[in-house]
Write a protein of this length. Structure first.
Length: 104
């Protein structure tokens, strides 16, 4: 059994379904899209910091609302690299953690 499959069942709990529903009701728009000035309906209640199977982090960790595209691409990139690739109107990356912004 893989590490991920051992905690995949967390997402099927009634607790998670209620927490997810509350998050999306209170924050119905994708956070990442909004930061780019785009209005997109959120469909994913995402843990800001990955819980990696820790039940307490899963239950108590901060959530953000994302659309499926941002969750599966932008968020994944952040988890792998540590920063987002969104570019502002001035041509500079928006994420302060992006290497290009470390010397600004």
């Amino acid at each position: 059994m893989s590490e991920q499959s051992s905690w995949h069942a967390f997402y099927g709990t009634a607790f998670w379904q209620r927490r997810r529903q509350l998050q999306l009701r209170e924050h119905p728009l994708c956070k990442f899209c909004l930061e780019r000035g785009v209005i997109t309906k959120a469909t994913v209640a995402d843990h800001v910091q990955p819980h990696k199977g820790d039940w307490n982090k899963f239950c108590l960790g901060e959530l953000q609302s994302l659309c499926t595209d941002c969750h599966n691409s932008s968020k994944r990139y952040v988890e792998l690299r540590g920063y987002r690739m969104d570019i502002g109107d001035d041509g500079w990356p928006l994420d302060p953690n992006h290497p290009a912004n470390r010397h600004r």
